[in-house]
Design a protein around this ligand. Structure first.
Ligand SMILES: O=C(O)CNC(=O)[C@H](CS)NC(=O)CCC(=O)C(=O)O
Length: 280
């Protein structure tokens, strides 16, 4: 069993302040012996508008947020090395749009994997905001094969991707043992669907689901607010860790690949899919 840490953040428009907060989470997670820390979507900043989202974007090498993360990783690398998954924005299209990216950093701070969010949140939320992510974000084009990590084979999604079951199923078919959906869910859709979706993706793919989350009000006016409830679900669908409040900012879960193997052996979903596919 290997310990994973999952963070909750209330990112503001300050890349520097968000970087300092993330750095503290890295140090605390490493001190507890976690081998990996998972941080939310858009950890670097949450802006009030599409225009501000584009304006604030910094390339990884120029980002004060990333500098703070790398400094924290360097500080713990000798004694308690830790991997970090973190959601950021990257400028693209000559500064017209951004990518919504998930980075996987090794304990030296090198980027060893990156995923670009595919499904964009263009939604008129019932009893909530109207969000048009595609105004500022370039959609990713490919689901990437899972990558190896100290806690198992990780398949990447981001936030709204969780609502597309075929995304998780593809990752499972490519060998994923852990699915990530770092998020900034709205409060109303979170109340209605967050636990349901997190558990559903775990059960239908027999994977751990690790969902870091943005939580709370991101600006003084409360223009943007996120649901929180960072969560880890095991391959049987049991919630094994969950942040209960906005200030509950670091949770831990043992990732047990033997438990995962047992679930898959006793209920062999993959082997029971008919060939040729009946869905035409
Ligand atoms: O704006 C940024 O900088 C970061 N990105 C987000 O917060 C994104 C796009 S607005 N949020 C979601 O996908 C929420 C999904 C959701 O709430 C649901 O599926 O119910």
């Amino acid at each position: 069993m290997v310990l994973a840490a999952v963070g909750q953040m209330r990112s503001t428009a300050s890349l520097r302040a968000n970087g300092e907060f993330a750095a503290q989470l890295i140090k605390r997670a490493a001190l507890k012996g976690a081998k990996a820390l998972f941080l939310p979507e858009a950890s670097d900043y949450i802006a009030k508008s599409a225009a501000e989202t584009v304006e604030l974007a910094k390339a990884v090498e120029d980002s004060p947020f990333m500098a703070a993360i790398r400094k924290a990783l360097a500080a713990v690398a000798e004694s308690t090395p830790i991997y970090v998954s973190v959601g950021v924005h990257e400028p693209c299209d000559g500064g017209q749009r951004v990518k919504n990216t998930l980075l996987w950093l090794d304990p030296q701070g090198m980027i060893v994997h990156m995923y670009q969010k595919i499904h964009l949140f263009d939604v008129d939320v019932a009893n909530g905001p109207i969000l048009r992510e595609s105004r500022s974000v370039e959609p990713g084009k490919t689901v990437l094969p899972p990558f190896e990590s100290p806690i198992g084979q990780i398949g990447s999604g981001i936030c709204y991707d969780i609502r597309f079951p075929e995304h998780g199923q593809y990752l499972r078919s490519q060998g994923a043992q852990i699915l990530l959906y770092p998020s900034a869910f709205t409060v109303s859709t979170g109340k209605a669907h967050w636990h349901l979706l997190s558990r559903a993706r775990a059960v239908d793919n027999q994977c751990y689901v690790i969902n870091a989350a943005q939580a709370g009000k991101h600006d003084a006016e409360g223009t943007r607010e996120s649901y929180g409830h960072a969560i880890v679900v095991d391959p049987w669908g049991t919630v094994v860790a969950e942040a209960q409040t906005e200030s509950d900012d670091l949770i831990f879960a043992e990732i047990d690949l033997e438990k995962l193997a047992g679930v898959r052996m006793k209920m062999p979903l993959e082997d029971q899919r008919p060939e040729p596919s009946p869905y035409k």
